[in-house]
Design a protein around this ligand. Structure first.
Ligand SMILES: NC(=O)c1ccc[n+]([C@@H]2O[C@H](COP(=O)([O-])OP(=O)(O)OC[C@H]3O[C@@H](n4cnc5c(N)ncnc54)[C@H](O)[C@@H]3O)[C@@H](O)[C@H]2O)c1
Length: 277
């Protein structure tokens, strides 16, 4: 059995796709998990885990759930592009409660951020961790805000946080874009383990993608936590390279389909360099 976190770990979004993967994988490492979600946990409860149904916008309940925890793995909330009014409460207010809980408990936050924080970069631009945000919708804006909140809580309160800009973490590579952004469940689980157990992290951004030769992303904070992806989307290149949408906006940008949702430009945007030269 590997190292164990010194204190229990709170996992939000436990009933979601990635939450279920993490609940199973981390429980198998012997971790003491407190699982929570607004939806019931659909699987048998893993050993050493408890589950509480709760809404992220119930601040009192979130503070109570985090009591005694050393790490909050924050995977709950709206996970796709939705109207602003739907994103607002879980992803903005809910995230504030997560950080307040972390401040009170002197806990670390591991935040499921997203590639949609930078979705409007062209696909041939290689990005490092410190590029300016170019979110591709309200969901992406909420994730950029989450990262900024982490920065503020680190500077002001010493709350450590690791922001995982997850690409596409799903069981299979199902289109050409996923060849660039795939994060296997095994690499995700190892990433979360390192982000939790690494002795000191400060505030970090890490690109959540496996070792894909077509990847969009470069430098980040992975060396600080000692994580290296072990898997790759490359074996799926022959099968998926031609699996494109035919939509020029979707195919131009790293964020793919999310960029097209509600898109109302009549002229294509000029190629912009950030920061402007
Ligand atoms: N799966 C990916 O490829 C991917 C990529 C980038 C980022 N992410 C992020 O990772 C996290 C998990 O993603 P996922 O694919 O498992 O998404 P998911 O939608 O399957 O899981 C999100 C969970 O959050 C819960 N939730 C929603 N609103 C809530 C509320 N008000 N209170 C409490 N719980 C609430 C949902 O019930 C759901 O179980 C999300 O934050 C998502 O934005 C995922």
């Amino acid at each position: 059995m590997a190292d164990l976190p010194a204190r229990p770990v709170l996992l939000t979004g436990a009933s979601g796709a990635l939450g279920r993967v993490l609940a199973k994988g981390l429980a198998a490492e012997g971790w003491a998990l407190r699982l929570t979600d607004i939806a019931p946990f659909p699987d048998p409860l893993p050993p050493g885990a408890s589950f509480t149904e709760a809404d992220l916008t119930d601040g009192v309940e979130i503070l109570r759930l985090a009591e005694g925890c050393g790490t909050i793995l924050h995977f709950g909330g709206v996970s796709v592009e939705r109207p602003f009014a739907e994103v607002l409460a879980p992803n903005f207010l809910g995230l504030y409660y997560i950080y307040e809980a972390a401040r009170r408990e002197r806990a670390r936050v591991v935040f499921a951020s997203s590639n949609h924080t930078i979705g409007f970069y062209e696909r041939d631009v290689r990005l490092d961790q410190d590029v300016q945000f170019r979110p591709d919708g309200y969901y992406g804006v909420s994730k950029a805000y989450g990262e900024l909140m982490g920065r503020m809580y680190w500077d002001k309160h010493g709350v450590e946080n690791v922001n995982l800009r997850i690409g596409g973490s799903r069981p299979k590579v199902n289109d050409a874009r996923t060849l660039s952004i795939w994060l296997t469940y095994a690499d995700l689980t190892r990433l979360v383990i390192r982000a939790t157990l690494a002795p000191r992290v400060g505030t970090l951004v890490i690109w959540g993608a496996s070792n894909n030769s077509r990847g969009f992303w470069g430098r980040d904070g992975r060396d600080v936590i000692g994580w290296k992806p072990e898997d790759s989307a490359d074996p799926f290149i022959p099968e998926q390279a031609g699996n494109v949408s035919g939509n020029p906006i979707e195919e131009r940008y790293q964020g793919g389909f999310f960029c097209t949702i509600g898109y109302s430009r009549t002229e294509p945007s000029p190629r912009e360099i950030f920061p402007p030269k």
